[in-house]
Design a protein around this ligand. Structure first.
Ligand SMILES: NC(=O)c1ccc[n+]([C@@H]2O[C@H](COP(=O)([O-])OP(=O)(O)OC[C@H]3O[C@@H](n4cnc5c(N)ncnc54)[C@H](OP(=O)(O)O)[C@@H]3O)[C@@H](O)[C@H]2O)c1
Length: 309
């Protein structure tokens, strides 16, 4: 099969298209013919040797976690899927996912049925960002109707799904992005759009119940003050909080997304009910994974970048 492999950490040029043998599914795994693989910032951090769990990745390895495709083979213990099923998921995150390939052997518990109303490209955009948004908003923060959430980088991969999920439970959403993404975010339902290049968000947002910290650093430092006492900042970045939670009488959690077939199924249902929709920024062929990473690393995606396999 064709796959992209990494033989050493480095820039996008280390993403090498190669012909290698097709993996064999284990007893509880299915072999998925991959039609599309989603790209995430963690793919680029992993490629560059800057992600967590680097030492669990012996060279060469196939990067990527998000897939959408069709089951073509299954292990003897697989009871959730049959040959021919269309599936999607975040495979083995944060271990080696091996999604940038024509075939991937995936544990059945990492997969769910593909939403019927999306194609494979759109579906491959969903898993990691949707699971992250779900686990941040609902598992970590218990966001509910009438609450207010500030979502940083609201037009990005995680952000644009988080906006839709927050609106789906009746929360009020403040979202930061540059002017370029204003119409996109207003269409998604953002109540208060903040152009971060012109306006300091802390001058607009007060008494929020939650901040979704996609940015870390100085943006996180400035975010504590927008929370009401008892509010929560959920970070997708480092877990090293200082004294701010005590100072501001708020809570702080850092999360790492994990595979969850039940949540993927609920997300799929929301997609089929037209409550959530993934937005595709750009599509690249598998061979051009390096170009896809270059675009991702510019840091200004509106929605998702996806590889067509
Ligand atoms: N812990 C976890 O499990 C987990 C899971 C998923 C993601 N993450 C992390 O979360 C971060 C976001 O991921 P992602 O997939 O959403 O990234 P992404 O799609 O690449 O984010 C791109 C977006 O960031 C926006 N942005 C850049 N600078 C900004 C600023 N100063 N203020 C507001 N928005 C800004 C851009 O808007 P403009 O074009 O307007 O600049 C763009 O829309 C990454 O660091 C990723 O590694 C962690």
């Amino acid at each position: 099969m064709k796959a992209i492999r990494i033989h050493q950490f480095g820039g996008p040029e280390v993403l090498t298209p190669e012909e290698i043998s097709t993996p064999k599914p284990g007893p509880s795994e299915v072999l998925v013919q991959v039609y599309a693989a989603g790209i995430n910032p963690v793919d680029a951090k992993t490629r560059a040797g800057k992600a967590l769990y680097q030492d669990t990745r012996p060279f060469p390895f196939i990067p990527g976690w998000d897939v959408s495709g069709v089951v073509v083979e299954k292990g003897e213990k697989v009871d959730r899927f049959d040959i021919g099923d269309e599936v999607f998921g975040m495979v083995r995150f944060p271990e080696i996912g091996a999604a940038y390939a024509e075939f991937v052997a995936a544990p059945q518990e990492d997969l769910a049925r593909k939403p019927a109303n999306l194609d494979h490209i759109e579906t491959a955009a969903l898993p990691l960002v949707s699971l992250t948004a779900w686990q941040a908003l609902f598992d970590a923060a218990n966001l509910s109707r009438g609450q207010t959430v500030l979502i940083h980088a609201a037009a990005g991969g995680v952000g644009h799904i988080a906006v839709q999920l927050a609106k789906s439970v009746g929360a009020s959403v403040c979202g930061t992005a540059s002017e370029l993404h204003r119409d996109f975010l207003l269409e998604l339902g953002v109540d208060t759009f903040i152009d971060y290049r012109k306006t300091r968000f802390e001058e607009v947002v007060k008494d929020a119940d939650m901040v979704l910290d996609t940015m870390g650093g100085k943006i996180r430092d400035r975010s504590w003050q927008v929370l009401k006492p008892g509010g929560i900042l959920v970070s997708l970045r480092s877990a090293s909080f200082g004294n701010e939670p005590e100072t501001y009488k708020v809570r702080a959690k850092s999360i790492l997304a994990h595979p969850d077939a039940e949540q993927l199924t609920q997300l799929s249902n929301l997609v089929e009910s037209h409550v959530v929709y993934p937005h595709i920024f750009q599509i690249f062929p598998l061979d051009e994974a390096a170009a896809a990473h270059r675009l991702l690393e510019q840091g200004h995606s509106e929605g998702k970048i996806v590889l067509s396999v």
